[in-house]
Design a protein around this ligand. Structure first.
Ligand SMILES: Nc1ncnc2c1ncn2[C@@H]1O[C@H](COP(=O)(O)OP(=O)(O)OP(=O)(O)O)[C@@H](O)[C@H]1O
Ligand SMILES: [Zn+2]
Length: 717
């Protein structure tokens, strides 16, 4: 009897089942597991059993679906190995919801074109009184028609079409999509970058470093167009908030009716599995999405693009802690195609690779729109200044002047809610989250105090729980409070706020965009949502209200992140004809990050940071892994790691340095306290050996109250 290995959604390695005939690897099956029936993916279709044959249960049923291709299985296997995460869990993390369910998930039918065939033409037209049917008939006699086109002629076309097809009057062909001609001509530097990408043979990683507004997106679009025109597939990854209606509209403009799979966490389950399967079968050639889209099976991948490659949202911070950019590069290598990582402020990891020659560097040093230049960046020292509603007098003045002159302004702060802290002026009581080492944030409209880390919320207290004082003070400013202050100061201005509270669905975005794009907004107030990727011609003033927060952080990536954030948001100003101006409020105007931001010289900043990282033996000069444990009580997590560290230390490869255990920067999260150990080595192989050792040990020695995980290339401390 044949046996197979099946990956199921558990930490166990693939399990052995019996089957009637060898099964194709990648097939979706139902298998009995712990007295339930679960979905599994056949990992090896024909194996010899390692356990007694009578103990092996049979596969219950095999879905009649196309198996997941080998390239996809290799990707999942690689991710499981690299991130030291169980294969079964990795496989299921990479599948869309519908494919994890115990029912068939048929592939959606391809898009067809319909036309009358010989026998159809031989029939009489429908009678005149059925005017709509007659219109359908004529269209079908005229030329092949898509379902959308027919719907435009007659909303109720479907039953009519079905009837005619049944009578054998119709021919149907799978619809082919051509790539429309380019919308605009690229400038010389864009063309140069495009040519390098287009000429690449085999695996070819590029770092496209282009300042904000330099036309990187246009380069991606043209590189994508060439690959799509050749019939191959393209994977285009963007950060969580880069997937805006504006970008989708740009893709539509460039690629016309060509189907695009758009995959992100908010895509409806049915749509996601449909798109997934369409990409797998090659029906859809262009896949656009956030980090999870990196797992889309694509049979004929010809190009991978990662926009804003430095963005932290490409790294998943739970379960399978993968970095979508890094997996994207791996996929390009697997498919032997080009991969373009683009950014105005590349991650130091990618920059370093471009410096050492591992990636080819392409540069777009100027803004693309003729006449647009980089904005002027000014610092507003707020250490000694009195601020009114969190805004310095110079910034108020600039906003007022710009409003009077008919300009559009963006007020940026990285803090949603009304006020970041509420406290009691009498006894000093502050309102922390009971589950995290964080303060709760006041959301005034919802009349709640919320924790932005775990989602805890409570009603706004009437009085201080310690001393009964009813006069509680809200300190600091969130987007809601700033919006209120701006509305009061400029009652006639058209003000829009965009943050995760005000923007829930696509329509909310659409409203803000439509207004901003049409130049019908005077002031935009918002968080990172507004900082990235947008291109509003009238926007000529950016005010950054709180830039300093992260400079007090102990995370060595803080300056890199702040620089990127400030360059991004500054980059929204002056992208078209209006000259741009940026004002950054800071209490630390002499900090070196601000000098670099003012100079708007990424290369100089990156080289200085790299020199520092090298001196302190930090990434990208060493590779890191974090081993973390969390428990109800810090001591439990700490003790476990300390004990195992002492045990494992003599077994580690000599190049691996092990530090800790120490508390995570935010110790308490959602009721658990967290400790971590860092493993560092200049050798990837040694690091992986050490991580495997830890994984193996923790699997055997972790007490029930403690959870653990390994984070390879951790981005958070
Ligand atoms: N060759 C060109 N000729 C004229 N205008 C161009 C050209 N390329 C791009 N643009 C325009 O310049 C602006 C910036 O282009 P694009 O959005 O592609 O830049 P980007 O580098 O992707 O921007 P960012 O990273 O800041 O989001 C857009 O308004 C775009 O339409
Ligand atoms: Zn919390």
């Amino acid at each position: 009897m044949p046996y197979c290995h099946v990956a199921v959604n558990t930490p166990l390695p693939p399990l052995t089942y019996a089957c009637d005939a060898p099964l194709p690897a990648g097939a979706r099956v139902l298998v009995p597991f712990r007295r339930r029936t679960v979905v599994g993916i056949v990992w090896c279709g024909d194996v010899s059993p390692e356990i007694a044959a009578e103990k092996i249960l049979p596969v219950q049923s095999v879905f009649d679906e196309t198996p997941l291709p080998e390239s996809w299985r290799d990707l999942a296997a690689f991710a499981a190995r690299y991130y030291h995460f169980p294969l079964g869990l990795t496989v299921f993390a990479a599948l869309p919801q519908r494919l994890k369910e115990t029912r068939p998930c048929p592939a959606p039918p391809p898009a067809y074109l319909y036309a009358l065939n010989e026998s159809g033409r031989a029939q009489a037209e429908p009678p005149r009184r059925a005017a709509k049917q007659q219109a359908l008939w004529r269209a079908l006699a005229d030329a092949p028609q898509s379902a959308e086109a027919l719907k435009g002629i007659h909303k109720g076309f479907a039953p009519v079409l079905a009837d005619w097809r049944q009578r054998g009057w119709l021919a149907q062909t799978v619809r082919e999509y051509a790539v429309p001609p380019p919308v605009r001509t690229l400038n010389d530097v864009q063309n140069h970058a495009l040519a390098r990408i287009a000429q690449a043979q085999g695996f070819a990683p590029f770092l496209l470093h282009g300042i904000t507004g330099s036309g990187k997106t246009e380069v991606y679009l043209e590189a994508m167009a060439r690959v799509l025109a050749s019939g191959k597939q393209v994977l285009f990854l963007l950060p969580e908030i880069g997937l805006t209606p504006q970008l989708l509209a740009r893709l539509r403009r460039r690629f016309g009716e060509m189907p695009i799979a758009v995959l992100h966490s908010q895509t409806a389950a049915k749509q996601r599995s449909d798109d997934y399967l369409r990409a797998m079968s090659g029906q859809v050639r262009l896949v656009v999405g956030t980090r999870l889209a990196v797992f889309t099976p694509m049979a004929d991948l010809g190009l991978v693009v990662v926009d804003e490659e430095h963005d932290a949202s490409f790294k998943q911070d739970s379960d399978l802690r993968y970095h979508a950019r890094d997996l994207a590069v791996w996929r390009a290598q697997q498919a032997q195609c080009a991969v373009v990582l683009g950014s105005a402020t590349p991650s130091l990891e990618s920059w370093h690779r471009a410096q050492t020659g591992a990636y080819a560097l392409l540069s777009l040093p100027h803004r693309a729109h003729r006449g647009a230049c980089l904005p002027h960046i000014g610092l507003v020292d707020i250490a000694r200044l009195r601020r009114d509603e969190g805004i310095a007098p110079a910034v108020w003045q600039a906003l007022r002047d710009n409003l009077n002159a008919g300009g559009m302004s963006l007020v940026y702060l990285n803090r949603r809610g009304f006020a970041p802290a509420v406290f009691c002026g009498d006894c000093g009581h502050t309102f922390g989250c009971p589950h995290c080492s964080a303060k709760t944030v006041l959301h005034r409209r919802a009349a709640q105090m919320r924790c932005h880390h775990c989602g805890y919320s409570r009603a706004v207290p009437d009085a201080c729980p310690d001393c009964g004082n009813q006069d509680l003070t809200a300190i600091g400013h969130g987007t809601q409070k700033i919006e209120a202050a701006l509305r009061q100061a400029f009652p006639y201005a058209r003000i829009f706020r965009a943050d995760r509270d005000s923007i829930r669905g696509r329509d909310d975005w659409q409203d803000v965009y439509a207004a901003a794009e049409a130049g019908e907004a005077d002031i935009l107030v918002g968080t990172q949502m507004l900082a990235k990727g947008h291109d509003f011609a009238r926007l000529n003033l950016v005010a950054v209200l709180n830039a300093d927060g992260s400079l007090y952080s102990a995370d060595f990536r803080a300056p890199e992140r702040l620089f990127a954030e400030l360059m991004q948001v500054s980059g929204r100003a002056g992208r078209a004809d209006a000259a741009g101006r940026v004002l950054i409020q800071t209490a630390l105007p002499h900090h070196s990050v601000f000098a670099a931001v003012q100079a708007q010289n990424y290369a100089a900043f990156a080289d200085a940071q790299c020199a520092e990282r090298q001196a302190f033996a930090l990434p990208p000069f060493v590779h890191q892994a974090a081993v973390r444990a969390d428990a109800p009580d810090f001591a439990q997590a700490h003790t476990l790691l300390a004990r195992l560290a002492a045990e494992l230390s003599p077994q580690l490869p000599p190049s691996v340095v092990q530090t800790g255990p120490a508390a995570m920067l935010m110790v308490r999260l959602a009721g658990r306290e967290r400790a971590q150990i860092f493993l560092e080595s200049p050798s990837r192989r040694d690091l992986h050996r050490a991580a495997a050792l830890w994984q193996h040990t923790l699997q055997q020695h972790c007490p029930a109250h403690t959870r653990w995980h390994i984070d390879i290339d951790p981005q958070n401390m």
